[in-house]
Design a protein around this ligand. Structure first.
Ligand code: GLU
Length: 469
């Protein structure tokens, strides 16, 4: 198994999902999950994208075996495979110029025909070749694809597949244009086959957008005398309109999801569900290792998988609710620091995490919900109205009178509430609601007693009550 990302962008959710299926399959069968960085597109490949991809895979827990293979370092093998195809007459030089090819395609379009190379230079005589060279023409190298070739394979997801050579667009370019005595830059289908064969890849698991490439690649395996791997083409990830998920849908990179406060566990769990359904009796919330135990392509769907934010949010909240306060603090502390928030008392921080944990959907919620514990909030309209209710201020006043400074236990706080209610002659509900308005500036928020106890030691509870009065 291998993942072969091109470092021409950040780690896309589609590539990450392909990585998940490769990883699960490899771990299920005790095989290896290898990584190959396909950096042959020199203009678009960037080291920062490679870094983003490696980091994203590691973050998700999709650890690969061995060192990543860097495709550009293998160019000599690619060239020698091309030479082998030239020598055996399975590939040839095509001298057609860009202008000629454009004209050919325009003519095909005008006649409503599908664009394809018309194999015009497939059988040039030595004299014709010499004439083109004498004109100073450069050549691409094309691999012969016979129209009557029939390509079949048993896809692990899609079952029996059958392609006709005539549907593959004519003889395929395997090396870019270069002077006729050289071999230009080798192209995708050729390099993938050479590399997969060299890396002894037994299973190629990738998105269904590569199906036509698989047909071409199988012809190359045969021509190079390399054993064919098995193929599994996984369904595309669709947006809620049923279209391929793209940049226009906003979040598409693993790092975007991370920035939005999704956990690696929830995202990996969710990506597994994008196309795979767990066997009966297995919950939808699982770890990658749990999924690896039962993973197989028999439960991978052929149809595209619609991205479902509600499910991802649900899984993320499950993961966050399962976190211990210590784990949650590890996640939240960097986010809090970025806001300029800090506290030296670690037990205070852990109590805050324990308070917020059950209501978090994303880690970003842990910023919004922690804010009133680090910054004094404004009083909302609703809070101001509550303070104006009959008995509200007298109740707070009474509480303030009994309020000690420093740490307070839950029992002591309950006792104080009782006293204040009795002194002011109001219902307990009135005091509670007003206290919430005073402390949080809002009528919503986490458990009131805990909130108060957290704001108590620093004197912040007293200050906020005083402000409200
Ligand atoms: N570099 C190709 C891509 O990112 C790899 C496809 C494959 O797995 O063969 O789409």
């Amino acid at each position: 198994m291998r993942l072969a990302p091109s470092p021409t962008g950040t780690l896309h959710i589609g590539t990450a999902r392909t990585a998940v299926f490769n990883w699960l399959f490899a771990r299920h069968h005790g095989g290896q999950f290898l990584l190959r960085i396909e950096d042959t597109d020199k203009e678009r490949s960037k080291p920062e994208y490679t870094a983003n991809i490696l980091e994203g895979l590691q973050w998700l827990g999709l650890h690969w075996d061995g060192e990543p293979v860097i495709q550009s370092a293998r160019i000599d093998s690619h060239r020698s495979a091309i030479q082998q195809l030239l020598d055996s007459g399975k590939a040839y030089r095509c001298y057609a110029s860009e202008a000629e090819l454009t004209e050919m395609r325009e003519r095909q379009a005008a006649e409503n025909r599908a664009p394809r190379y018309d194999n015009r230079h497939r059988d040039l005589s030595a004299e014709q070749e010499q004439a083109f060279i004498a004109e100073g023409r450069e050549a691409t190298i094309r691999f012969r694809i016979d129209d009557d070739a029939v390509i079949t394979w048993t896809d692990l997801v899609r079952g029996e597949m059958r392609w006709s050579g005539s549907d593959l667009g004519g003889d395929m370019v395997i090396a870019r244009r270069a002077p006729a005595d050289q071999i230009g830059d080798p192209l995708y289908n050729l390099v993938v086959v050479v590399d997969d064969a060299t890396m002894a890849i037994t299973h190629v698991i990738r998105g269904e957008d590569h199906i036509a490439n698989t047909a071409k690649q199988l012809l190359l395996y045969a021509a190079l005398g390399a054993p064919e791997p098995e193929f599994a083409h996984t369904p595309l990830i669709l947006n809620k309109e049923g279209k391929k998920l793209s940049k226009r849908d906003g979040v598409t990179s693993v790092s975007d999801f991370r920035d939005q406060g999704y956990t690696a566990e929830a995202l990996a769990n969710y990506m597994t569900l994008l196309g795979w359904s767990p066997p009966e009796g297995m919950e939808e919330r699982f770890s990658l290792s749990e999924a690896a135990e039962v993973f197989g392509f028999d439960r991978v769907n052929k149809a595209g998988a619609r991205f479902d934010w509600d499910k991802l949010n649900w899984l993320n909240s499950q993961v966050l609710h399962e976190r211990s306060p210590e784990q949650l603090l590890e996640d939240l502390q960097p986010l809090w620091s970025a806001q300029g928030w800090s506290a030296t008392d670690s037990s205070w921080l852990l109590e805050l995490c324990e308070l917020l944990g059950p209501s978090l959907v994303t880690l970003q919620d842990g910023i919004a919900q922690a804010r009133p514990f680090f910054e004094r909030p404004e009083l909302s309209e609703a809070a101001l109205q509550q303070l104006d209710q009959e008995g509200a201020r007298p109740a707070l006043q009474a509480l303030l009178q009994h309020l000690p400074s420093g740490h307070l236990s839950a029992e002591a706080a309950q006792e104080l509430l009782g006293k204040a209610v009795a002194d002011a002659g109001v219902k307990k509900g009135v005091l509670m609601k007003t206290l919430r308005a005073a402390l949080l500036g809002s009528l919503q928020g986490p458990d009131l007693l805990t909130t108060w106890l957290l704001l108590q030691p620093s004197g912040e509870a007293r200050s906020r009550i005083e402000r409200s009065l």
